[in-house]
Design a binder for this molecule. Structure first.
Ligand code: PMP
Length: 353
């Protein structure tokens, strides 16, 4: 750290992303990417001509993609905000709406606390229940920005739309941001509520169910006024935040809905198989609506299992946080990858007995 850094950034604790090994020799079950490639029409959109057009700036309004997404959800283009990955939207929301503080669960996406720190937003972490479920009442009448990942990460558990609506009704003077990064794997979206709640911001990403983590594309669905706030911040930071190729790939992705629905179905099927297998091996498996499982073995600690799997070239995610140290978060890969994962777990458990 240099002596030039602003004092408020000196103590900033940044986010630690999951490992991204350079070689492909790992089975990567640690950052909730899709094991499937983008739809064939998406890859086909990457032509030489489009590469040559990179000399031009992208459309800063992202109009064509916004219209496609608006058509998909039956909302107006003015209800859609596009971003360079959904992390950017979360960042902007803390910047824009955190004036009286923020509230989120104690076990959730680690970046929320980082954004709060970055923008000097005081925050309160509401402890999840013993079974990791969220108690909606904890979020009533908070008079702060409310941030809930639904399904939550790393647990995979969802809140019902009815529960989200109760939270919205009881926080009319503050924004409620629902992060739906994993909603396509079994959760229920609350975006239809944007018509009735001027304080609802729904955040989505192409990184998980749309197989496009490397393209960096996120979006928000919300009332036009909230979308306008985000646009204002974007035009005050980086109007060309989404590159031409990613906008193009985003459009082709929205048109390939059927492909992605099928792939989500496959993840859900493999998730059920993997959960059943792990339970047979004595694991506690948190019921998941996401593309990962949050699991704990009664026989081996979370960190020891993470290390033993890594030795076998399988990466899962382990968190140091006290309350979840015994757990691992395992992304659902292809059926073959999950077979290899389950076999490796069996071997590891045999070795320690
Ligand atoms: N929200 C949650 C809950 C996540 O797990 C992630 C992925 N790490 C994100 C948002 C950000 O995803 P991206 O920036 O790739 O859209």
């Amino acid at each position: 750290m240099s002596r030039y850094l602003k004092r408020e950034y000196q103590a900033l604790e940044a986010y630690t992303p999951g490992e991204q090994p350079r070689d492909a020799a790992y089975i990567k079950l640690n950052t909730n990417e899709s094991p499937f490639p983008p739809a064939p029409a998406v890859t086909a959109a990457l032509t030489r001509r489009e590469a040559e057009l990179l000399r031009l700036y992208p459309d800063p309004t992202g109009r064509a993609l916004k219209e496609k997404l608006a058509g998909l959800y039956g909302v107006g283009a003015e209800n859609i905000y596009l971003s360079n990955g959904s992390d950017d939207i979360l960042n902007f929301a803390f910047m824009a709406y955190g004036r009286s503080g923020a509230v989120f669960p104690d076990i959730t996406y680690g970046f929320y606390a980082v954004f709060a720190g970055l923008h000097g937003v005081p925050y309160e972490e509401k402890p999840l229940n013993g079974d990791f479920t969220i108690n909606p009442e904890d979020y009533f009448n908070q008079n702060k920005l409310i941030v809930i990942a639904n399904p939550n990460a790393p647990t995979g558990l969802s809140l019902s739309v009815g529960a989200v609506e109760e939270i919205l009704r009881r926080n009319r003077d503050h924004v409620v941001m629902i992060d739906e990064a994993y909603v396509d794997f079994g959760g229920e979206s609350c975006y239809p509520l944007i018509r009735r709640y001027e304080n609802l911001l729904v955040v989505r990403t192409f990184s998980k169910s749309r197989c496009l983590a490397g393209g960096r594309l996120g979006y928000a669905i919300g009332p036009a006024e909230l979308i306008g706030d985000l646009e204002k911040i974007k035009y005050a930071t980086n109007p060309y935040d989404i590159n031409r190729l990613t906008l193009l790939l985003g459009e082709a992705t929205v048109e390939a809905e059927d492909y992605y629905r099928e792939k989500c179905g496959e993840i859900i099927r493999v998730r059920a198989q993997t959960a059943a297998r792990l339970k047979e091996l004595g694991f506690e498996v948190v019921p998941s609506d996401a593309n990962f499982l949050f699991v704990k073995s009664g026989r081996i600690g979370g960190e020891a299992l993470y290390r033993a799997l890594k030795k076998r070239r399988i990466l899962v995610r382990h968190f140091e946080k006290e309350r979840i140290r015994d757990y691992n978060r395992v992304t659902i890969g292809t059926a073959e990858q999950m077979e290899a994962f389950c076999r490796a777990v069996e071997e590891i458990l045999e070795e320690i007995t």
